[in-house]
Design a protein around this ligand. Structure first.
Ligand code: PEP
Ligand code: MG
Length: 929
């Protein structure tokens, strides 16, 4: 990383002075507090996440409620902000405050940094406000050098353990602080490569993986020496021996890691502002690697994949915490601790209960057992799948841990579609060749071409679905994980990096599939006697952990089977029960309703099953492509005069009427916003010669005349051309036909006892007069139809607000429009002057460079486009107080945009049918927060 080694150390004094001048310095240190202690003396608490980061705040809280937390201190996020504003330097008082805090730790533990009898060893970890698992750097076993390692060896009576700590420290510090990392030509971390080669040297006959525990103290010492040589060779510097210098280097590296590539990618994906900064936690080491009575683990108070209320997690005996997360060794389920180390297990069960009761959310915690004594190193609200989020939230209400409004806030709205995601088709799965089984770490079904490297996965994903297959994943693989459909690893447990990140992203994940032999050199995966090359298909079931050969067919989720296919008894599906409970609470909480963008009865029925309260946008043009009605449409477009055009429109009328009737029936009285013809006409004509010839034959006209009309309709910039209401103004008979079809269908439905609420919407209005002209046609048509049928139906006429001028003159437009619906696709396009169809070529770069936070076509650009919406709302209401306001651009299904729509006072959002639950949840969340 570019920042590595560049960070300036904390202003150093000699290490010997580390704690001597504490008293003299305290007066100065009081000026502004940057360092917060935890342990016997605790300054902070869980409410101070902004200042102390999530980890620091919760360490303080755990210490406060009496849980066994090793002492330490947190350097606040303010220091991170200072660091970046001041050329990577620190506030003057920081050094003194740190020295005071180290002295407090030394006193509590009876150890000293750099001491030759009882050396204090430290961990240095990042801790942002929102957890960013594995994205930033960590240093463990800090304080070791050639002398203190001997002291640790003597004090613990365990030389192997001491030398193991030392080699780990050199490995971490060498990588993170000194920048000794994998070169582009290397497939493996250089330190790991040394270990692998060394194991082959000392166990030449061993088959398969050799456990680290077989490496003796003397051999560890040799590894230390090889590691130091590597550091010297790659950096030209000796490994630092002074503990205070080590501490300074580590703190600088952790602050620098806030801006490393993977942390930046992660922040962008999860919308974490760079200004937040990270805190740094310095804590006394406790050791899980002192032997069989020690170990490290990660636990969850509930299963983060399914949400089931069980103590879930895993541990490794004789290991440090990083071993569990790194996924290098596959750990054991935490329940097995009961047998191996019953005393600390009992304590852990009590602690996890206390944690959940105290934090009132599912906790993801890290623990270490040192010679049978339990220590808590971290707790945070656990990341979970969408499925688990729904279950945990609903069950916690039943358990009276939280109320129903909190439950609504607990399910991330953008994760809700995970519960609707397909699973493998049962029959296809039975027939498939099962290769092996790993740990089910991220539920769902995924098939794809296998890729053994993140960069190649990103490239391959541009062409199709990809499974990222790795021995284990590390944070460097983040981009590949984002691009892949699913993730499969040979090593690592359910709390490994792969599993953690996959769950959060809602990716399907199987990890620890030990039978897989993943060979990076030959780019092959060998399993069950078969060899798969990169690009071959594999499938994984992240709910069961099974791995299959080939591409597998998928089937709908349980919720779809209940609601849409009606194949599953709702009482038999727990997933459905939880989902439906959550949706009921949403309905109770929401102010805005959710409509759908749909233009067929089936789409409407689906959306209504998901709770849509009507249609927010029916794009009538989609109806012209069905069956052979496109011929009549083309005849209409090719017409030379109004008479011929009307003849063709007459043919289209019955089709449209039938479509609208079907939609009214499916809606059962719910309102339907039906938009009049919008796209440029050339979109309906064939552009290739043979299709043009067929059309000429069908219509009995010459090929040349068709070609000429296509040429005439050609526009250099069709999105800004002859489209929207401009069509209806040029050809009022088109508006007339559509209005007639809507009113006749409505009367038909009404006659059969179905309530109807049509809302006719005029697109792309920018001038009040445009709308007036179209409304005149609509009213005149209504009058004609009602007189002819002897019946009336009530209806509304309104417009889309989708070009900036419409927003700016919304008060004038609202004199005619009974409702506005924001067409934010076009509004974004026209406000930004960015083509909605062509911006894909430069937008990713724009978000990378922080010109834009997110794709503005997916999430409303609140300060620009949003401002226009606010103007339109205000102006619209000023001339028509009760004007109905909605949104029907793609943004209507985006949780952040839904929240914005709530804030500016819209009545409803409209989105595609399968996004309806997400939008309902987002609307309810906006209402309760
Ligand atoms: C819009 O512009 O936001 C809209 C909904 O209309 P369309 O996407 O059909 O142009
Ligand atoms: Mg539009």
């Amino acid at each position: 990383m570019a920042q590595k080694k560049k960070s300036k150390p904390v202003k150093s004094k000699s290490s010997a002075k580390a704690s001597s001048s504490v008293k003299a310095k305290t007066a100065k240190a009081k000026s502004h507090k940057y360092v917060y202690d935890f342990g016997k003396k605790t300054d902070g608490d869980a409410t101070q996440r902004e200042l102390l980061g999530g980890k620091g705040a919760n360490l303080a809280e755990m210490a406060k409620i009496g849980l066994p937390v090793p002492p330490g201190f947190t350097i606040s996020t303010e220091v991170c902000t200072y660091f970046y504003k001041n050329k990577k330097s620190y506030p003057k008082v920081l050094d003194d405050q740190m020295r005071s805090s180290v002295a407090i730790m030394e006193k509590q533990l009876g150890q000293k940094l750099g001491d030759l009898k009882k050396p204090l060893l430290l961990s240095v970890r990042s801790g942002a406000r929102d957890s960013m698992p594995g994205m930033m750097d960590t240093i463990l076993n800090l304080g070791l050098n050639d002398e203190t390692v001997e002291a640790l060896s003597a004090a613990s009576g365990n030389p192997r353990f001491a030398w193991d700590c030392y080699r780990r420290f050199i490995q971490m510090y060498g990588d993170v602080v000194m920048g000794v990392q994998k070169l582009p030509s290397e497939d493996h971390d250089p330190f790991e490569a040394i270990i692998e080669d060394f194991k082959k040297e000392i166990f030449p006959k061993a088959k398969g993986e050799v456990d680290d525990s077989r490496i003796s103290a003397v051999q560890m010492k040799e590894l230390v020496s090889r590691f130091k040589n590597l550091v010297k060779k790659r950096t030209g510097s000796d490994f630092p021996t002074c503990p205070w210098e080590q501490l300074e280097g580590s703190i600088g590296a952790v602050f620098s890691s806030w801006m490393n590539d993977r942390a930046s990618v992660y922040r962008r994906k999860y919308g974490i502002p760079a200004e937040w900064g990270t805190a740094v936690n310095v804590q006394a080491m406790v050791f899980g690697n002192t032997g069989k009575k020690s170990g490290s683990g990660v636990g969850f108070t509930r299963d983060p994949a399914s949400g089931e209320k069980v103590l879930y997690g895993e541990f490794l005996t004789d290991a440090q915490g990083e071993d569990v997360v790194a996924g290098v060794r596959t750990p054991q389920p935490v329940a097995k601790l009961q047998k191996v180390l019953p005393k600390p297990f009992k304590e852990l069960v009590l602690v996890q209960k206390k944690l959940e009761k105290h934090f009132k959310d599912m906790q993801d915690f890290e623990f270490t057992i040192e010679n049978e004594k339990l220590y808590m190193l971290q707790t945070r609200n656990g990341k979970r799948t969408g499925l688990a989020a729904v279950r945990i939230a609903t069950e916690m209400v039943k358990e009276r841990l939280i109320d129903w409004k909190t439950a609504i806030k607990r399910v991330p709205a953008d994760q809700l579609d995970q519960v609707l995601a397909p699973v493998f088709d049962q029959a296809a799965q039975k027939a498939a060749a099962r290769l092996c089984k790993g740990l089910p770490a991220g539920p769902g079904a995924a098939s794809g071409k296998i890729c053994l490297n993140a960069e190649r996965a990103v490239e391959a994903a541009k062409k199709g679905t990809v499974l990222l297959v790795r021995q284990e994943t590390s944070p460097e693989d983040l981009r590949g994980m984002i691009a892949a459909e699913g993730i499969l690893t040979a090593r690592g447990g359910v709390s490994s990096h792969a599993a953690l990140v996959a769950r959060q992203m809602g990716k399907v994940c199987v990890c620890g599939a030990a039978d897989l032999d993943v060979d990076y050199k030959t780019r092959t995966v060998k399993v069950a006697g078969k060899t798969f090359k990169e690009g071959d298909y594999m499938s994984i079931n992240g709910t069961t952990g099974e791995v299959f050969a080939g591409e597998l067919k998928t089937a709908p989720s349980e919720i779809i089977q209940v609601l849409i296919e009606k194949k599953l008894d709702p009482k038999k599906s727990r997933a459905y029960q939880n989902f439906s409970q959550l949706m009921k609470w949403c309905e109770q909480a929401t102010r805005m309703t959710v409509r759908t963008n749909a233009d067929s009865p089936t789409q409407v029925a689906n959306a209504v099953a998901f709770g849509a309260t009507g249609i927010g946008l029916c794009r009538t043009e989609h109806m012209f492509f069905e069956g052979n009605r496109i011929d009549a449409m083309r005849e209409m477009i090719l017409a030379d005069d109004e008479l011929i055009r009307r003849k063709a429109l007459k043919k289209l009328l019955p089709y449209q009427r039938r479509d609208f009737h079907g939609i009214f029936k499916a809606l059962e009285g719910k309102p339907a916003t039906i938009r009049l013809l919008d796209p440029p006409l050339h979109e309906f004509l064939p552009h290739d010669q043979s299709a043009q010839r067929d059309l000429a034959k069908k219509l009995g006209v010459s090929l040349a005349s068709i070609k000429k009309r296509v040429e005439d309709l050609h526009e250099f910039n069709p999105m800004l051309g002859h489209r929207g209401c401009r069509l209806g103004i040029s050809y009022p008979e088109v508006t007339e036909m559509q209005a007639q079809a809507i009113f006749e269908a409505a009367i038909l439905a009404q006659k059969s006892g179905i309530e109807v609420n049509p809302e006719l919407m005029v697109p792309l209005v920018g001038f009040p007069r445009e709308l007036e002209l179209q409304v005149e046609v609509i009213h005149a048509t209504a009058k004609k139809v009602f007189e002819a049928k002897g019946v009336k139906v009530k209806y509304l006429v309104g417009t889309m607000i989708e070009i900036p001028r419409a927003a700016l003159v919304a008060d004038e437009i609202a004199k005619t429009a009974q409702f506005f619906s924001f067409g934010t696709n076009d509004l974004t396009q026209t406000t930004m002057g960015m083509s909605r169809d062509d911006s894909g070529s430069f937008l990713p770069n724009y978000t990378e460079l922080d010109i834009l936070d997110a794709n503005p076509f997916a999430s409303v650009d609140q300060s620009g486009v949003g401002q226009l919406m606010e103007i339109a709302v205000k102006k619209g209401k000023s001339s028509r107080r009760g004007i109905k306001l909605g949104i029907c651009g793609e943004h209507g299904g985006d949780p952040k945009s839904v929240e914005f729509c709530h804030k500016i006072g819209l009545n409803y959002v409209s989105c595609s049918p399968f996004r309806v639950p997400t939008a309902r949840l987002a609307a309810a969340q906006a209402a309760v927060s």
